[in-house]
Write a protein that binds this ligand. Structure first.
Ligand code: SRM
Ligand code: SF4
Length: 565
């Protein structure tokens, strides 16, 4: 088999995956090497499938180089959490691990997962074992496999929400790599596998050509940005029951400056399937991508390019063929927004949920806001609560009968009630510096300040309450889904950002480049006259993203292929 593959034609990673013996690589040896804080180069690729990225502290990289030291290596650990729900015990364990082995913070990601940053090599195994003690794992949180499955935030809202959450777990289980490597390397366990074929029935030796993402939305809320997913399911409710799901394919945000062959793209709705068909539909779509995805050029390897290269009709034909039946015609649906709904809500079961804003998804204590301490106290004292990570990097303390107790604790720490502008409430910032190796500019550490400056302008025009979706990333990879924002800011170099306008509140339209390589002052000077115009001329209930298109500041982007940086 090995000698039938012409490796010279394929991306370097294909051989690394193939030769890794189902994701073992030389990770065990790398972890034992006392000479360096890093792991072997090929292992940095394999470790991703185990939810682990090697990084280094970019704030001090020049100084370390000057001192002829190796970079300050540490690791990011991403915990897989389908549908984003943790129990109080799980929250407490993650909180403890963050203090003991990581940088003392918890990052809630845009895909409803936990991240720990700054774990050094000799603590990696203990930290993974600690995560496992809380019945959580990090398998497939990263790598060329299906990633954390997203689902509409709060299952306590209705029976349908609960069904969708269950489905997220089932999809995740069906598409999780089966190799025992994770258990062997991190948990010192030997699992019995009888035949080679059994090892990876879906993925095979080389796994997928690239990462793969699935999300499920329940209209009218699109809080998982379903059109940004490789594969999306839109729950269709009829007569109070879950009739099934519309299927979307080919969404994705990543792109590269100066490479027009790469672009963000919205998923296409290709039909409808019944609840009992979802797992099969998902698996067949993953298999099409496995067989036809581009394994030469990783920049063109996502499902969106497989579809654009071969055509949507080809894709549907291929899918129907593999299923042995056709998807039914898509049903009607309507989204009204992709943001979170803050504040207290009572579910049909009488229990309460509180959606909190977590700036940049970073749970930490600062001098003015002891957020981490406050949530730890809630987790320690409110045993019936669930902790739900939203796709907007926020947190829902959910489904509790102890509303007063939660409110008292959060008030004591000044966490809730909170007075926030409509802009800040609808903000997302990716991690970027100092940990992300791909960042050209700041995002999480900078957006809060920039928003403060924009708020001063909004106040002048009495727009502070206006809900405007703003998203910033430190590079065009799109981890904060900035191409769907009404105001998107993407880092070009330290202190410089491209400004994109014209996304909408429903997450159904890509924005477009408005101005390039702006400094902070230029961003403010550019936005100010548009806000002035908006305050004066906006139609009733018109959102900022729709307004900039109507007033021709920018033309709507019709298809990802037309998107330009
Ligand atoms: Fe992402 C790579 C962080 C959601 C598109 N992403 C990275 C890495 C791992 C950098 C790297 O490869 O070395 C970042 C680690 C930074 C750090 O220090 O933590 C990183 N991505 C994140 C997170 C933590 C951003 C956040 O602030 O929440 C999100 C983790 C989600 C999770 O729990 O799994 C995160 N990344 C996304 C999303 C949004 C989503 O999935 O809904 C996208 C856009 C959607 C998509 O995939 O198209 C996204 N990340 C990327 C890409 C571009 C992929 C592409 O098709 O080109 C990269 C780079 C790559 O894969 O080569 C990337
Ligand atoms: Fe890093 Fe770019 Fe993703 Fe931000 S968008 S976390 S800078 S890869």
């Amino acid at each position: 088999m090995n000698n039938q593959i012409d490796w010279s034609k394929l991306s370097k990673l294909e051989k690394i995956k193939h030769d890794s013996n189902y994701l073992r690589g030389t990770l065990t040896e790398s972890l034992e090497d006392p000479v360096t804080g890093a792991i072997a180069e090929d292992d940095t690729q394999i470790s991703k499938f185990h939810g682990i990225y090697q990084q280094h502290d970019r704030d001090i990289e020049k100084e370390r180089k000057r001192q002829k030291l190796e970079p300050a290596f540490s690791f990011l650990i991403r915990v897989r959490l389908p549908g984003g729900i943790a129990t109080p015990d799980q929250w407490l364990q993650m909180d403890k691990l963050a203090d003991k082995y990581a940088n003392g913070t918890l990052k809630l990601t845009t895909r409803q997962a936990f991240q720990l940053h700054g774990v050094i090599k000799r603590n990696l195994k203990t930290t993974i074992q600690g995560i496992n003690e809380a019945l959580l794992d990090t398998i497939a949180a990263c790598g060329d496999v299906n990633r954390n499955v997203m689902s509409h935030a709060n299952p306590a809202e209705s029976v349908i929400h609960e069904q969708v959450y269950q489905l997220a777990g089932e999809l995740s289980a069906r598409l999780t790599p089966q190799t025992p490597a994770y258990h062997e390397i991190w948990l010192n366990k030997q699992l019995v596998v009888s035949t080679k074929e059994e090892i990876e029935p879906v993925y095979g030796r080389r796994y997928l050509p690239r990462k793969f993402k699935i999300g499920i939305a329940i209209p009218p809320y699109n809080d998982i940005d379903v059109f940004s997913q490789d594969l999306g399911f839109i729950a269709i409710e009829e007569n109070g029951r879950l009739a099934g799901y519309n299927v979307t394919v080919g969404g994705g945000m990543g792109s590269t400056f100066g490479n027009p062959d790469t672009y963000p793209r919205l998923g296409d709705v290709i039909g409808f399937c019944r609840p009992g068909q979802v797992l099969e539909v998902a698996e067949k779509i993953v298999l099409i991508q496995k067989d036809y995805g581009n394994r030469q050029d990783r920049k063109r390897a996502r499902l969106k390019y497989t579809i654009d290269t071969n055509g949507l009709e080809w894709f549907k034909y291929e899918l129907n063929n593999r299923l042995g039946y056709e998807l039914s015609p898509a049903r009607k649906f309507k989204f009204i927004r992709n943001g979170d709904r803050y504040g207290w809500k009572q579910g049909p079961n009488g229990k309460w949920s509180l959606n909190l804003f977590v700036e940049g998804g970073r749970v930490k204590d600062t001098e003015t806001l002891p957020l981490k301490t406050a949530i730890r106290e809630v987790a320690g004292k409110v045993d019936d609560a669930r902790f739900i990570l939203t796709g907007n990097q926020n947190l829902i303390i959910a489904n509790t009968q102890q509303k007063e107790k939660v409110a008292r604790i959060l008030k004591k720490h000044g966490v809730w009630p909170a007075s926030l502008s409509g802009l800040r409430k609808n903000s997302i910032a990716c991690v970027a510096l100092n940990t992300c190796g791909l960042a050209f500019a700041e995002a999480e550490r900078y957006l809060p300040d920039l928003i403060g400056k924009i708020e001063t302008i909004l106040k002048e025009y009495d727009l502070l309450k206006e809900e405007i979706v703003i998203r910033m990333t430190g590079c065009p990879n799109g981890c904060g889904r900035p191409y769907l924002a009404e105001i998107g800011l993407i880092g070009k170099s330290i202190g410089h950002y491209n400004l994109y306008l014209g996304g909408n509140k429903q997450g159904t339209r890509l924005n477009a480049l408005y101005r390039e390589t702006l400094t902070e002052q230029e961003i403010l000077d550019t936005l100010k006259p548009i806000f002035a115009d908006f305050a004066l001329n906006k139609a009733k209930n018109e959102s900022f993203g729709d307004f900039v298109i109507r007033r021709q500041y920018i033309s709507a982007t019709e298809h990802g292929r037309d998107f330009r940086h």
